[in-house]
Design a binder for this molecule. Structure first.
Ligand SMILES: N[C@@H](CCC(=O)N[C@@H](CS)C(=O)NCC(=O)O)C(=O)O
Length: 216
């Protein structure tokens, strides 16, 4: 399996999962120029990361890649079985993370880093919200998470799943952007996720990358 990868991006999510699964994989580090090449656009229509190539399967979208891998390695138990009613809540949180939780974090990030590479979203749309409005929006969409995480460590049946990897992947950005100041159940949940050995292995080059981008 090949994972097309840039540190600190959404590509960390499938890498984190591959580490949790202890599955063999090869990281293909993508440099910005490579994303514009027709060969790469053949793998990802927008020339973005992540992309996973697994024999005949070439798949993009970080959450879809993770859902695919969880089913491929179903014996590892990182997704409820299709006929298990817990699968409904697994889908709910998986889609909540990308459709509802991620947009305010992305808006906040575009404000903080206006020069982030982003090919799809028009430039004006990237910074049309202030960080204050993005923060208010984020706090609102965290409320359902706070409620469910008050008395459990993981989102679905209190068992670690890919829903936690995708939700944790989104929250990790918010955390590092300074959007999670209050000691909420969601923050405590994330801090525990970030201590998992699989996450730490997948995140190993975060500080190297940040140092490279912000030379002091
Ligand atoms: N919804 C997609 C978003 C993919 C995406 O926007 N990737 C960013 C990195 S986090 C990227 O490749 N940006 C480079 C660019 O737009 O030039 C996913 O979750 O995979």
């Amino acid at each position: 399996m090949k994972l097309y990868y840039i540190p600190t991006t959404r590509a960390v999510r499938p890498r984190w999962l591959l580490e949790e699964l202890e599955a063999p994989y090869e990281l293909i580090y993508i440099r910005p120029g490579m994303m514009e090449q027709p060969e790469y656009k053949h793998l990802h229509p927008h020339g973005k990361v992540p992309v996973l190539v697994d024999e005949a399967v070439t798949i993009f979208e970080s959450a879809a890649i993770c859902a695919y891998l969880a089913d491929k390695y179903s014996e590892k138990g990182l997704a409820p079985e299709p006929n298990d009613s817990a699968r409904a809540y697994y889908y709910q949180w998986l889609f909540y993370a990308t459709a509802t939780l991620e947009p305010p974090v992305e808006q906040y990030m575009f404000n903080v880093f206006p020069n982030l590479p982003e090919k799809v979203l028009p430039k004006d749309a990237q910074t049309h919200l202030s960080t204050t409005d993005a923060q208010t929006w984020f706090d609102r969409v965290c409320q359902p998470l706070d409620r469910v995480l008050t008395d459990r460590d993981y989102l679905v049946e209190n068992k670690f799943s890919v829903a936690d990897i995708i939700t944790g992947g989104v929250l990790m950005w918010a955390y590092r952007l300074g959007m999670m100041k209050a000691e909420t159940p969601t923050k405590l949940y994330l801090e525990k996720l970030m201590q998992r050995p699989g996450f730490l292995r997948a995140d190993e080059d975060f500080y190297a990358k940040v140092g490279e981008e912000n030379p002091s």
